[in-house]
Design a protein around this ligand. Structure first.
Ligand code: HEC
Length: 170
């Protein structure tokens, strides 16, 4: 129980940090993600850098989820999973990914479809959906409910795939 509480506290701490970072972003930069960023108001120095960053991060996210599935589904080890769950909650978010989808960064080395920037709200909603599914996974892990965690993994995967179907080539 002690262990579980420590894991939960870690997760809440990380969530608070993210909320803080998000608030800072929206006030400092005036960006509320209602529109895609342009290169000038993005944190990147080139479009190529933004594309490479999001591709690397998405690959990392995939690896992280694979590792977590191993922790939770195979090993039923919520304590072992706790630090990785914190990382997942930090990274599988709208605030984290949207800035890298700079207006019009499709083509040349990217699998992003141009529809992203025509249907920006729907695209953003895909990341909100992912956040919700990740929250369910975290809550299942906190309760050490491994069956619910297994279900939550499927929901997370569906969320990834549904965005890819609409907004990623192939
Ligand atoms: C809201 C949309 C959206 C969601 C949700 C989403 N992705 Fe993606 N993903 C994309 C887009 C768009 C690309 C193409 C990026 C590019 O090439 O510029 C992509 C690319 C990828 C890539 C390929 C990166 C590379 O090497 O080129 C991986 C891996 C990936 N996503 C994994 C995931 C996983 C795992 C999830 C769920 C946990 C996920 N994605 C959720 C939109 C999404």
């Amino acid at each position: 129980m002690q262990r579980l509480i420590r894991g939960t506290a870690l997760i809440s701490l990380a969530t608070a940090a993210i909320m803080h970072a998000t608030a800072a972003f929206s006030t400092d930069e005036g960006a509320t993600f209602q529109q895609p960023l342009t290169l000038e108001n993005s944190p990147f120095s080139s479009e190529r850098e933004a594309v490479a960053w999001r591709q690397d991060e998405l690959k990392d996210l995939e690896r992280l989820l694979r590792q977590l599935r191993f922790d939770l589904v195979n090993n039923r080890d919520a304590r072992g999973a706790a630090p990785r769950l914190v990382e997942l909650q930090q990274r599988a978010t709208l605030e984290y990914f949207l800035p890298a989808f700079i207006e019009g960064t499709h083509g040349r080395g990217s699998d992003a479809r141009p529809a992203i920037w025509q249907e920006w709200d729907e695209f953003a909603a895909g990341f909100r959906d992912l956040e919700q599914k990740v929250a369910e996974l975290v809550s299942a892990a906190e309760q050490e409910d491994y069956r619910a965690a297994t279900r939550a993994f499927s929901d997370v995967s569906l969320s990834c795939r549904s965005c890819h179907r609409a907004y990623r080539h192939n």
